[in-house]
Design a protein around this ligand. Structure first.
Ligand code: AMP
Ligand code: ZN
Length: 130
């Protein structure tokens, strides 16, 4: 879709800190993470909502792979899966590592956007990369 930022990431037109890629799906770091290691999983084809993605179960299996890598490589306590889609109209699953005493409870505390440097983002993406 023209002018969709996640379509541009999927096609390689704009860069992202990628952590996983296969023929149909891509996972990369959220540029304004709510916790270190916050990832987004997208279908490479444009769909508006996660439930528009044809192979819904297969899509969520990718989110699980990312979560297991976060648990194994970031030392997080557990992982939250969240879907919103109000800012970017291309289906994405937020895969959010959760740490003891982080500022999130049942939902997201969106006032906790971290300001990580490109070097920090790169280091974190390399830890999660599958
Ligand atoms: P929402 O659509 O409300 O689920 O949120 C969209 C998410 O995409 C936000 O957490 C943004 O920080 C994130 N985001 C927007 N543009 C980019 C980008 N170019 N690279 C990585 N993450 C992005
Ligand atoms: Zn798109």
């Amino acid at each position: 879709m023209t002018d969709c930022i996640f379509c541009k990431i999927a096609s390689g037109e704009i860069p992202a800190y990628k952590v996983y890629e296969d023929e149909k799906y891509l996972a990369f770091l959220d540029i304004n993470p709510l916790n270190p290691g916050h990832c987004l999983v997208i279908p490479k084809t444009h769909y508006r909502w996660t439930y528009d993605v044809p192979d819904f179960g297969e899509y969520w299996e990718v989110a699980k792979k990312i979560a297991l890598s976060q648990v194994n490589n970031l030392g997080c306590q557990f992982v939250s899966f969240i879907t919103v889609g109000k800012q970017v109209p291309h289906a994405h699953i937020h895969v959010l590592p959760r740490y003891e005493n982080d500022p999130h409870n049942e939902g997201l505390n969106t006032s906790n956007k971290l300001n990580l440097t490109p070097d920090e983002l790169k280091t974190i993406s390399e830890k999660i990369k599958i």
